[in-house]
Design a protein around this ligand. Structure first.
Ligand code: EPU
Length: 418
């Protein structure tokens, strides 16, 4: 097993190119199977979740070829065999196979998804959507079986705003008969990205990015070429890193509009953020920032995926900051690790109360999930001494060349065998 080592105290300086969005990629790859001909997806992030997903499609008989930052998926020879365990358990987004296979074959038998352990992560809204389209859903030996004679469009109101359920229902409804309305839909940019791909394949989807999405089913979809949007969470992580290390970083190849909530919060803390058309420049400072309160919400609210990274930054802000996670109430596994590094944080219910300290100290810490890993890397760069981070496999799931990008900005970070 590997561990990440960080010598803290260096200011990050320079520019960093942001990769394609992980949470788009893991939806676009299964979406491609809905076509009858090959699809090429560009600006593909080179991360473990993408590798695992390509292997899953190959196991299902798809012809998958890879080039740097690009994947071609030919679904012509795919079969709808059951996918109980194994790779399915390695990632959360394997649930998109349910919608995609249901849309393609009228049947999906897929193991219940794995992914980051952030507390309970139900998929009742996905199931409600499939049922509304006429599918029968049952569970057998840890597998969800979803089947139907023919999918028929319907009106579906989501009780919880869910990224996964919104995309999964779009996938299942794209080739259904008639029209489907998803009401109280999630509005994340990744949802627009999936709708853009499906529309380029011939689907008729309107309203993605608003809270009502209308999908008029079509009988067939054809392959296309699509480029993935930039990863707003990777971009946000580097913006926080620049502030946390009193650095000066231009975060390139991004859509700044997707980062408005973070830009507002960093500015409120006293971080200097310059916003351009396709980059932001973040200039940090050595004197303590102001404390702030954050509540995570569905897009365009503050993203839960940046809650853990920004908590690390707030450990050294003046006074008490309160971070409340309204999406995942238990997403606080990073807190005990930050406390080992000298942070003063108390978790109460769904909130973390962070009392600023003057200096974090290096320690041996463990990444328990992807964004907890990012939070610990940020803390390691802020700390005095050499921090050791285990659980590196979580970080590799979602950040492309994380250490190389950090080294280019001047960080002292390397890997060792445990
Ligand atoms: N929820 C339900 N029922 C459902 C679905 C969701 O109660 O059927 C609840 C969840 O428990 C949660 C809330 O609704 O409290 C929102 O969950 P959502 O379905 O939006 O999350 P997700 O689709 O499973 C995606 C991202 C997560 C990100 C969340 C929120 C992917 C593969 N994952 O998860 O990303 O945190 O949306 O934005 O797109 C990450 O990248 O580190 C990550 C965890």
């Amino acid at each position: 097993m590997e561990k990440i080592m960080i010598q803290g105290g260096k200011s990050l300086k320079g520019q960093v190119d942001i990769s394609g969005a992980k949470n788009s990629a893991v939806a676009l790859i299964p979406a491609a199977i809905l076509a009858d001909s090959p699809t090429i997806i560009d600006n593909l992030p080179e991360i473990r979740d993408v590798e695992v997903y390509s292997e899953i499609l190959q196991d299902l008989g798809a012809d998958v070829s890879r080039e740097p930052f690009s994947i071609q998926i030919d679904p012509t020879h795919m079969s709808n065999k059951p996918m109980p365990n194994g790779k399915i358990k390695k990632l959360r987004a394997s649930y998109y196979l349910m919608g995609a296979m249901l849309g393609k074959f009228n049947r999906a038998a897929v193991g219940l998804p794995g992914g980051c352990n952030l507390g309970p992560r139900p998929i009742d809204q996905h199931i409600k959507g499939f049922e509304a389209l006429g599918a029968k859903v049952s569970q057998e030996q840890g597998m969800l079986i979803v089947e139907v004679d023919r999918l028929v469009g319907n009106r579906i109101y989501l009780d919880v705003v869910s990224v996964g359920a919104t995309i999964n229902i779009m996938l299942a409804a794209a080739r259904a008969e008639g029209t489907t309305y998803i009401e109280n839909a999630a509005k994340e940019p990744e949802i627009i990205d999936v709708a853009t791909l499906l529309n380029a394949m011939g689907a008729q989807i309107k309203g993605a990015g608003t809270d009502v999405i209308r999908i008029t089913g079509v009988s067939r979809l054809k392959g296309c070429r699509h480029s993935i949007i930039p990863d707003r969470i990777e971009a946000g992580t580097f913006m926080i890193l620049a502030a946390a290390t009193a650095g000066d970083v231009r975060v390139e190849n991004i859509i700044p509009k997707h980062l408005e909530s973070l830009i507002a919060k960093l500015s409120e803390m006293g971080v200097d953020v310059e916003v351009s058309d396709d980059f932001v420049r973040v200039k940090g400072k050595k004197t303590p920032y102001r404390h702030i309160d954050i509540k995570t919400l569905p897009y365009p609210g503050f993203p839960t995926d940046l809650q853990q990274p920004i908590t690390s930054l707030l450990t050294s802000a003046e006074g008490t900051s309160i971070v409340t996670d309204n999406i995942y109430h238990n997403r606080f596994k990073h807190v005990d690790e930050l406390k080992r590094m000298g942070a003063n944080i108390k978790v109460e219910g769904r909130s973390a109360l962070i009392e600023g300290v003057s200096q974090l100290q290096a320690a041996r810490v463990k990444a328990t999930d992807l964004r907890a890993g990012a939070a610990l890397v940020i803390a390691g760069l802020m700390a005095e001494g050499v921090t050791e981070i285990t659980g590196v496999e979580h970080i590799d799931r979602g950040y492309q060349n994380f250490e190389a990008k950090l080294r280019d900005l001047g960080a002292q970070i390397w890997r060792e065998q445990e």
